[in-house]
Design a protein. Structure first.
Length: 293
């Protein structure tokens, strides 16, 4: 086990849904962000190719509804139309980011309600901001946002007010928070680095490089692991299976095992209350049971 007491988990696929599957609802084309509502067990996925958010009732992929990401409609900048990541707030609302300074708030049924920004009091609206990732803790209502441009993590309370921030060496691609240890993991798909910071102080605890790019991250508290979605940035979009999920020790950054391979282009990761791992993999959402010895 490479000198660590963290044991390898086992993943067993239990369902998959989206493009090419017999599921009522629209096809999924470009899955990126994935989140689970732990109160209802529903799964929401952002599609960066159709600018839609698809919501499924459960991990079996029963389609519930979809809603359009309301951004700069008609804009020539396609990046501002793309919903990059999504989280569920303690209120049950969906929070969506899109390479802009704003987080858009949607009701549980998909109605646009309002938005908030992550600017510091000293910053103007001309400040370049590219929010690419979001993570929320439903127990205490805290919300974490990663800005790719400023290399900044901002922390907000359940009322969306800014209550803290810290600079990171990495360009945040995805986030995952572990409130039992007061830690947040930050992936950087550009460098392949993953950093774990203390939430309260912002201090970097550990940093390590993933096996092949670093996209979605998810803390698995039971095993003391961090799951990381990997995929080579040099891989063509037409490559069949360049992606994988790897398991790392949270304490040391040691690579434990490659627990899933032969995926298409995995990005977002999320965990359910039932100890399942949800993976947004290009045009399919895959759900795995996690077995820990």
């Amino acid at each position: 086990m490479n000198g660590t007491t963290t044991k390898e988990v086992g993943l067993h696929k239990v369902s998959e849904f989206g493009r090419g599957n017999r599921v009522t609802g629209p096809n999924l084309i470009g899955a990126r962000g994935v989140t689970v509502n732990h109160s209802t067990n529903s799964i929401a996925v952002t599609d960066i190719f159709t600018d839609q958010i698809l919501v499924y009732r459960n991990s079996n992929g029963v389609y519930r509804h979809q809603f359009e990401f309301l951004s700069a409609k008609g804009t020539k900048d396609k990046h501002l139309r793309q919903p990059m990541d999504i989280a569920v707030a303690s209120s049950g609302r969906h929070l969506v980011v899109n390479n802009s300074p704003y987080v858009r708030i949607y009701s549980p049924t998909g109605q646009f309600e309002s938005r908030f920004n992550t600017l510091m009091p000293s910053e103007s609206f001309d400040t370049h901001v590219r929010l690419q990732c979001i993570s929320a803790n439903v127990d205490n209502g805290m919300i974490f946002l990663g800005d790719h441009e400023r290399r900044l993590i901002t922390i907000h309370d359940s009322h969306y007010d800014l209550i803290g921030n810290f600079i990171t060496d990495n360009q945040p691609t995805f986030l995952s928070n572990d409130f039992q240890k007061n830690h947040i993991a930050i992936s950087d798909d550009t460098s392949g680095l993953i950093a774990i910071h203390d939430i309260e102080t912002g201090q970097k605890i550990i940093e390590f490089r993933s096996q092949s790019g670093s996209r979605g991250v998810a803390f698995h508290q039971l095993s003391g692991s961090l799951f990381v979605a990997n995929g080579s940035r040099s891989s063509s979009v037409y490559d069949d299976h360049p992606g994988s999920i790897d398991q790392y020790c949270c304490r040391s950054g040691v690579h434990i095992a490659r627990i899933v391979q032969n995926l298409h282009r995995p990005y977002g990761l999320a965990l359910t209350n039932g100890n399942k791992l949800v993976v947004g993999d290009k045009d399919i959402v895959r759900v795995f049971d996690i077995e820990y010895p």
